[in-house]
Design a protein around this ligand. Sequence first.
Ligand code: SF4
Ligand code: SF4
Ligand code: FES
Length: 236
Amino acid sequence: MQVQFDILRSDRQTKEQYVQSILYECADDSETVATALTKINADSAVRDLHGNPVSAIAWECSCLQKKCGACAMLIDGRPRLACDAMLKEFRKKHISLSPLKKFPVVCDLIVDRSILYENLKVIGVWLKKEAERSEKHDDMAYEGSRCLQCGCCLEVCPNFYAGGSFAGMSAFVPTARLLSELPDTQKKELFEAYRAHIYEGCGKSLACRKICPAGIDIDGLLVNSNAMAVWKRVKR
Ligand code: SF4
Ligand code: SF4
Ligand code: FES
């Protein structure tokens, strides 16, 4: 099977972006976009459609098993993990690859996602004392631990933009975990941050739920977290 990748690349110095098209012969249709990028980068003889040499395509990966979120990019316009996108899924033989749009581009398919971690810091998503396990909230804690910090949810969220007060689902999911594990006496600050940076900014369209490559039960977490941090708090 032959595939044409149209890759939005960028010059490391000038940051100017351009599309480079490369024909790729895949040996096995269970190959993923990540496999194809690895093989293209390993082949020094590869040429683009105009016969120009192809310099190493910058992209990130670590686990290659849908566990780390590093390989998130736009694949045919959808935010996805390259290690989870099989070439056989694409009926047409052209596949576009481009960097996520809500983050500054570092080079080619690599973006700077430090805003994800900055937003965790703004909310204060860390334990100051020992967590308390409760069977009642175990499921929520587990679900909240599965976020890959890939940023795909932010890409489709109409309410998220870098520098805005809404921290997005990538901050919400770890916060939901903390809400389930913190002792009640330590939750006050987190409740305030939750209301300001998550609850008040989220339009509840759940576009993020559909795109999340980890399949996290975002709506279930939202219901639980709103009950803890908003509704019960209002009643008090
Ligand atoms: S529910 Fe809608 S507004 Fe809220 S984080 Fe998801 S996509 Fe954004
Ligand atoms: S909630 Fe899902 S889409 Fe968003 S950062 Fe976590 S794993 Fe990625
Ligand atoms: S390389 Fe880790 S999720 Fe794709």
